[in-house]
Design a protein around this ligand. Structure first.
Ligand SMILES: C[S@@+](CC[C@H](N)C(=O)[O-])C[C@H]1O[C@@H](n2cnc3c(N)ncnc32)[C@H](O)[C@@H]1O
Length: 393
């Protein structure tokens, strides 16, 4: 229904009368001709010592800023009219979508839902998207049979949870949940992330089909037995193959957590060739470029003469080049720390969304220059040679 924007915002504001029924509010998108400072604003109720407040998390594309404000201080109209285009309010009983139309009015839709109340704890580190007593964690052996997290598995549990956190923030708000959502986990190992992502997305109402890929046949057999036990074999399947030999298929989201060395390049390359919309890759060890770094261009020898620094420069070059390649191939890309370093030193994630944007001459020139300076041939560029040749000339 199209209506006057002020009226629609007032209607949206009215739904906040019962804050503890609100699961999340998300304000995003850009109104025509506007460029809000924050890319997106997420709001949720939190319970503090001083009572219930709104937690407002502003994302400027690089970092998040969190502010807690009193319940009566939240004005959706004030925030929205800075220049946003979309407002989503999800409560336990309804989902409201408000979109700014070209004429400056609002398209307001509301649908009934039945969802659990939000976790109101202030400490997000304790707020987990899937609880440790979820049956998948028990079956995966991450939690004991009472659902208590095993101390030896706590780092993997937290890596998976933080990965899910990024996934949840990266989902397209406008996506039609009745359409199948195809997820592929490349280098899935024991399927910790595979099952957690599947379960989380299913709980959000998506019709998820998940495929886990690992070169190890024993992992495949173990994982198949596991999903049979969990009665998920209709929805989750596994293939034992090297990613580089994986045949083409359709996927909407490609994830990879710690796929070793160039397996991360294989994962990115497969996703690009198969036109995957969202790619979340947290790489593991980086040997490919380190092996090729024989002569550092001046004056980099000041750093690379130290073995450990040489290794880190290799890591940085590898992931920076991966992100640059993705950008040139039409992906909006960033590199973020997805989990605190105490849970794994391999804590960076390359996050990319397909936009089809044209490659910028400056980006192409920079990539060519860095390759020439370091005299390297990064594995990802070899794998995506044909795709890049169109752009790099
Ligand atoms: C470090 S484990 C990570 C497993 C899982 N993603 C996790 O985080 O628990 C890396 C996995 O990638 C698999 N792998 C490595 N290279 C691969 C390749 N080229 N193709 C398919 N799987 C590969 C390994 O067998 C291993 O199970």
């Amino acid at each position: 229904m199209i209506e006057n924007l002020d009226k629609a915002l007032a209607r949206a504001q009215e739904t906040l009368m019962k804050p503890d029924s609100i699961r999340r509010i998300c304000i995003s998108g850009k109104a025509k001709g506007k460029k809000p400072e924050q890319v997106r604003i997420d709001i949720r109720p939190v319970f503090l010592k001083a009572g219930l407040h709104w937690q407002v998390v502003s994302h400027d594309g690089k970092r998040d800023t969190t502010k807690n404000i009193a319940l009566n201080e939240l004005s959706l109209a004030k925030i929205f009219q800075v220049g946003y285009a979309n407002l989503l309010i999800e409560s336990t009983s309804q989902e409201i979508n408000l979109r700014l139309t070209k004429s400056g009015d609002a398209q307001f839709t509301s649908k009934r839902v039945e969802l659990e109340a939000a976790e109101l704890s202030h400490d997000r580190s304790k707020h987990r998207l899937l609880s440790s007593d979820d049956e998948i964690f028990i079956e995966l052996g991450i939690s004991d049979h009472n659902g208590k997290l095993k101390p030896s598995k706590s780092d993997k549990f937290i890596q998976v949870q933080e990965f899910l956190n990024i996934l949840s923030h990266s989902l397209d708000e406008k996506r039609d949940k009745s359409q199948a959502l195809r997820v592929i986990d490349l280098g899935c190992g024991h399927a910790y992330l595979t099952l957690a992502a599947h379960k989380y997305l299913s709980k959000q109402g998506y019709k998820v089909k998940t495929l886990g890929i690992d070169e190890r046949q024993d992992s495949r057999e173990r994982n198949i037995a596991l999903v049979e036990k969990l009665k998920l074999s209709e929805e989750i399947s596994f293939q034992a193959t090297k990613i580089a030999q994986l045949e083409s298929s359709k996927a909407d989201i490609a994830i990879a957590l710690h796929a070793c060395d160039t397996a991360s390049d294989d994962a990115i390359s497969w996703a690009v060739k198969n036109r995957v919309e969202m790619i979340l890759v947290a790489p593991c060890c980086h040997h490919d470029i380190q092996r090729q770094m024989k002569d550092s261009p001046a004056p980099w020898n000041i750093a690379t003469k130290h073995g450990i620094i040489n290794q880190r420069v290799g890591d940085i070059l590898t992931d920076s080049i991966r992100a640059a390649v993705l950008k040139i191939l039409g992906y909006r890309t960033d590199i973020i720390e997805f989990v605190a370093g105490e849970h794994t030193p391999r804590n960076l994630m390359i996050r990319a969304f397909k936009t089809g944007a044209q490659a910028q001459p400056g980006d192409i020139a920079e990539l060519k220059q860095i390759i020439a300076q370091w005299k390297i041939e990064p594995a990802l560029m070899v794998r995506l040679k044909d795709e890049l040749s169109v752009r790099l000339g």
